[in-house]
Every structure is written in structure tokens, then in C-alpha cells.
Design a protein around this ligand. Sequence first.
Ligand code: NAI
Ligand code: MG
Length: 320
Amino acid sequence: MVRIAVVPGDGIGREVIPVAEAVLASLHPDWDFFDVEVGYARWQRTKTACTDDDISALKSADAILFGAVTTPPDPCYDSVILRIRQELDLYANLRPVKGEGFDIMVVRENSEGLYSGIEWRERDRACTVRVVSVAGSTRIGRYASRLAAARGVPLTIGNKANVLKSDILFREICSAEASRAGVSYEARYIDALALDILMHPDRYHVIVTTNIFGDILSDVAGYLVGGLGMLPSANIGDQLALFEPVHGSAPDIAGQGIANPIAAVRSAAMLLDHLGYAGEAERIEEAIQSLLHSGIKTPDLGGEATTEEFGAALLLALGF
Ligand code: NAI
Ligand code: MG
């Protein structure tokens, strides 16, 4: 039996994940969905945000549907999602951004870079080490190059090699992987790329980049498709995969029932695609489009629907 770990997390994660889970459960009533509670709310209650048992539970699943967790800017609190990505070795973070006339996949290195977790505080400064390894760059460069080859598109390598020695290595390795996969490639500085992706989104297809640059670039690209409420993502490893909206726990709107569940539902669609149900993923996207065309949207898109109303309409559109 297919087992799906469901992690609502904090804030609007608890509002959007039930919508995404309902879609999955309607399509696959025979699957086993089990909840894993991690995050800041749990930490506030119990002083632990995520235990080793939680990690084991996640590892036992066929796939993970994740909402969002709050990470307070507290030097004593370690990010839960970073721990999960590292312990499950989910090294490829795929962030698709699709719209009228463009279809971009940001492939973000997800295990090292500036989010290596190697950091410390001294009396008069704080340091974070940016790790770019040969092994880490090779596997993400290979993943992105193969994706570009499969799609028949060129690869863009987002980097800052003009300033960072670590990115000279990243760029060299990704270029070599692109050549090996037989795809053409172009290296672009990440700052200029962030602007150009907004001005000419049709020029980009698969973009590979290091951890923090991919984090920022995909949020920026959200501008092209109506904001963070629209963007799904996949965190892929060799054994496991976790699917989550790009957005966070949105404390500014949490509890109001107005969060846009599309990013979470699209993440569930990516999960289905990953498990071999590409046709169902397409059906979900068509249902989302039909709702948007008929004006059923949450307030971030200028509509008046609540999260639950959108979810109910989506299940109807899917024929449930
Ligand atoms: P955020 O993504 O939670 O919110 C940014 C802005 O976008 C807010 O104005 C929010 O209302 C809006 N927004 C986000 N998702 C939306 C949705 N589905 N529908 C409508 N509006 C939406 O980012 P922020 O505010 O920087 O971070 C809040 C918390 O989330 C922080 O504790 C942060 O660490 C955490 N976070 C967690 C992530 C994860 O679990 N993977 C990813 C990003 C942030
Ligand atoms: Mg982010």
C-alpha cells in the first residue's frame, strides 16, 4: 500500500494541506495517509520541534506532503525543514514556474551552499560557511542537465563566479555535466538573471543554481504567476521525495481561512507525477485553471473565496 506522510506544520500550512490531502485522498481512497507533527507550534508546547522518531516516520513513507513551518530568528532554534532536507538527503529542489508563454524549472541545490548549517557566533561577528562540494555540485548539475536533455531545452547556470570562488567550481562542474548530457548551456550571473527572468521569462527553461540563489530566484519568479500562493515545489533525493509549497507559514494571514491552497495542491500534483500518475496531475491542473477562469479565487488573487470554499469547488471540478 502507498503510504503518504502528511506534515501540515505551522500557520497556513495547517489550512492549505487539508485541501491538498483531500484531493489526494479522493483520487486514492486506498492510500494510507498518516500525520507527522513537527514545527514551531510543537516546539512551543514541548520544547522539541522535530524528534528522531519523526525523522524515522518520514523515512518510512513513500512520499511526504509538507505544509510550512515557522522558523523564528532565534539563534538557539534550528530550522526543521533544513534538518529534514539534510537527514533525508533531498538534494534537488525543483520549483516549476509556468505561465502564458513560459515554462521554467528552477533546480536548486538543496543540501549545502550557504545553508550548510556550518555556522557560529563570535564576540563581534557571526559566520556562515558556504560549502560547494564536487559531489554536491555534480549530482545537482547532472540532475538538471538530464532534465534539460529530457525536455529538449538548454540549461542556464545561475552563479556569482565573478565574486565567489566557490561558484567558479559550481559553474565548471555544471558546465561539464551539461556537455556530458549533450545539452547546450549558458552561465548567467544570478543578480542580472533575477531581473531578466521577470523581463523575458520565455528565454528560460531549466535553471540550475546553488541553495540560497535558488531560494530567492524562485520567490522572485512568483511575480510572474500571481505570487507565492501559486508556487509548488519538490525536494527529491535518491530514496525519498517531499512535496511542499514554496511559501512559508504566513503568520500575517494565518487563522483567517483565506490562504491560497493552489501551491499546496500543485505540490500534491507533483507528488502524483513523481509516483507515476502524470495523468492525474494534469487533471488537477486543468481543474485549477477552470476555477481561476470562472473567478473562484482567494483574496491574494483578487477573489473572495476562502481556502475551504476553493477546496470544495476544486473537488467538485474534479468530479468528486
Ligand atoms: P511567507 O511565504 O510565509 O509569506 C510571505 C507573504 O506571502 C506574506 O504576506 C503571506 O501572507 C503571503 N503568502 C504566502 N503564502 C500565501 C498563500 N498560500 N496565500 C496567500 N498569501 C500567501 O514568508 P515569510 O513571511 O517570509 O515567512 C513566514 C514564516 O515562514 C517564517 O517563519 C519563515 O521562516 C517560514 N518559512 C518556511 C518555509 C518552509 O517551511 N519551507 C519557507 C519559507 C518561509
Ligand atoms: Mg524561500
